[in-house]
Design a protein around this ligand. Structure first.
Ligand SMILES: [Fe+2]
Ligand SMILES: [Fe+2]
Length: 203
């Protein structure tokens, strides 16, 4: 578990449980413990600019936002993860009012629903950006192609899917810090996808 999350006692209490869940065979390979750790690192970088944000709520949402994301049911992963997060937090007697706040952050993290569900709190804005950032850069590329292999998606379909995800994520970035980090990571992805397309066309 990333040091940022280890500093939050309630995250530490959930560590083993979450690790077992996200490392299970049916979980998307792009949404395992390493993803949660990188999102925590991104979140920390943004959180430094927002001292008013509740770090415990944020890191709990980081830890639990993809806790139930089977590789073949991405579309429902937000509702599934929120439901499981509620169960896990209730089991450890986390205060109900704070559980509700964590669940709101989880429900607002996905580009799948960004048309209708916008991040409404600073914690939700930070998670949104921290999560999208892990879809870019070298790890973003690795994750997309690893998941495509797991779901059996073709290379051309993967390129189209990846471009469509980027097209939704970038204009919806929530913080100036997230935007700057995104702009740093985008050129590598653009160059990689363009090269891959050229090489595919050349056969
Ligand atoms: Fe997610
Ligand atoms: Fe995520």
């Amino acid at each position: 578990m990333a040091p940022e999350m280890l500093e939050v006692p309630v995250c530490r209490r959930l560590e083993r449980r979450v690790r077992d869940l996200v490392e299970a065979d049916q979980q998307s390979v792009a949404h395992r413990m390493d993803h949660l750790n990188r999102v925590a690192r991104n979140a920390k970088a943004i959180l430094e600019f927002y001292p008013e944000a509740d770090a415990e709520i944020l890191y709990l949402a980081v830890l639990l936002h993809d806790v139930d994301q089977p590789f073949n049911d991405k579309a429902n992963h937000v509702a599934r993860s929120a439901a499981l997060a509620e169960r896990l937090l209730t089991e450890i007697a986390y205060p109900p009012a704070r559980i509700a706040r964590v669940l709101d952050v989880i429900r607002e993290h996905s580009t799948e629903h960004i048309g209708t569900v916008q991040p409404s709190t600073i914690e939700a804005k930070i998670l949104f950006d921290a999560d999208k950032l892990d879809g870019l850069g070298a790890f973003g590329i690795l994750r997309v192609f690893a998941l495509s292999r797991q779901v059996g998606r073709s290379l051309p379909d993967t390129i189209r899917w990846y471009r469509s995800k980027i097209a939704v994520a970038t204009p919806n970035v929530q913080t100036p810090e997230g935007k700057a980090m995104m702009e740093n990571r985008l050129p590598l992805v653009e160059a990689f996808l363009s090269d891959l397309e050229s090489e595919l066309e050349a056969g």
